[in-house]
Design a protein around this ligand. Sequence first.
Ligand code: SER
Length: 431
Amino acid sequence: MMKSEEIRKLFLDYFKARGHKILPSSSLIPIDDHSVLLTTAGMQQFKKYYTREKDPIKDFGTQRTATIQKCFRTTDIEEIGDETHLTFFEMLGNFSFGPVGKDDPQNFGSDGYFKRAAIYWAYEFIKNLDLEIDYVTVFGGERDVPFDEESYKIWKEVGFSEEKILKKGREDNFWGPTGDEGPCGPTTEIYVNNVEIWNLVFNEYYQDKNGNLKKLEFPGVDTGMGFERLMKVSQNVPTIFETDFFQPLKEVLDQLTNKDDIRRKRIVLDHIRGSVFLIADGLYPSNLERGYVLRRILRRLTLNLKFLDIKIEKIENMIKAVIEKYSPFYPELKNYDKIKTVIFEEIINFERTLNIGLREFEKTIKGNENDEILAEKLFLLYTSYGLPLEISKELLKDNGLGWTEKSQQVFDELFKKHQEISKGRISELAS
Ligand code: SER
């Protein structure tokens, strides 16, 4: 069974041998891109090479790059705890920026390539890992973007029968842009053991802020293979949490609690790993934008540690386990003292609020409430005791209670009024 460390090396060596410049992951805090809070994809650090605002030859000496990119996605934060979702993950990617030269898998040079080389290499790389592709998907055409016949034909040429090349629409097989504008295009996706492991994007378009697509001067390639998913199928384990990424951390966690709550344990595994990486990249918890993402996961971590009966002092070894596993590839993780201090301070600050909030929450949910009264009560918990709504919502879920759209609407209205009153008070004081 291959370890993740070996696959890291195999991937980078494979693409290095094919003319790609190997670059380090960019920070989770995007440097040159204000369209998103955090880095969510490998192509983000390369956006300006697709649009030709930057010249790859000048910067890299080649039109091809490959990375293993740290990514953090918040869209599914509420799903963390199931078998498949993560906030932080890594993505293995190879990239090509136009103009396209000889699009041939035997071309190991430094010119741009496109669908043929990208598909052949992805196929070969997976085969070299002794994995078998179940099926692939291609863009079947929708609205103003035509069927990607070229990819379809290439997969047939590779040896796939028509039943194994599924055609999908924009929802599934059109990627990007990140944020509100940028390069994007049709994709072809590779499935192994029914898991989508590799997404090959052919960046042929630029989507502007109004959602209009314009052809890019030169098309490019942006591929992303979810590292945890790849390891799940390669190590043949039931979920991503049994891969060697989480194993050392999981062993520490299992020693800290007698409870057998898998969902909470997965939340702890994900959120510890994610916060270590965010802090290592310079983020501090705050009430604003990306700082709030970190605050939110640390608060949720606090809640779940509490339910697993784990004392905060005990999580030191989990932080160390993450750092030990990843610092050979991410030197920024070496700053253990700072990472630990930020996590501890935030958790300790929030613990007090949480203890009082939990007590009041118990009282609050007694009795049969309607959606509006529930929203009013949770709003009061927020304003009087500082218990954030997302934590209350999580507690509702634990108690088998729902949170409806109506409740959210009432909560939002109360919140708006509250803000207006506070603003009014401030201007009264100022006048
Ligand atoms: N940008 C694509 C993704 O994030 C492929 O790298 O899936």
